[in-house]
Design a protein around this ligand. Structure first.
Ligand SMILES: [Zn+2]
Length: 111
């Protein structure tokens, strides 16, 4: 799971670098220092979305690290792994994406 977590963290870092404009002709675009930002709310939501995903990843990593010796925790870690695979799916066209991460049937993830 470490590789999937590293992959997701790298993609979120990439997304964060995309900047403060969601489209060049956004009506809410205003000049800011040497570039433009838009105040339509989408960049703020995107930033919040990235932060929320980082927390999901952190929680999944914690579950994975604390699953040993507990059937209950193992089950939770497997569910978290499925969630991470779903989060990785939008990046399936990235060269570092592995087909083995593609989420299957959730009931299969627990077998
Ligand atoms: Zn905008």
């Amino acid at each position: 799971m470490d590789d999937l977590i590293a992959f997701l963290r790298a993609r979120l870092d990439d997304d964060e670098q995309l900047g403060e404009i969601h489209k060049p002709d956004c009506d809410a675009r205003i000049p800011y220092e040497w570039e433009f930002v838009c105040r339509c709310g989408l960049p703020a939501r995107r930033s919040g979305d990235i932060a929320a995903k980082r927390e999901v990843i952190k929680f999944a990593a914690w579950l994975d690290q604390n699953r040993a010796g507990s059937e209950f925790m193992e089950g939770r870690a497997q569910s978290a792994r499925h969630v991470l695979r779903l989060l990785a799916l939008p990046y399936a066209d990235h060269p570092d994406y592995r087909e083995e991460w593609r989420p299957g049937d959730q009931s299969a993830a627990h077998s």
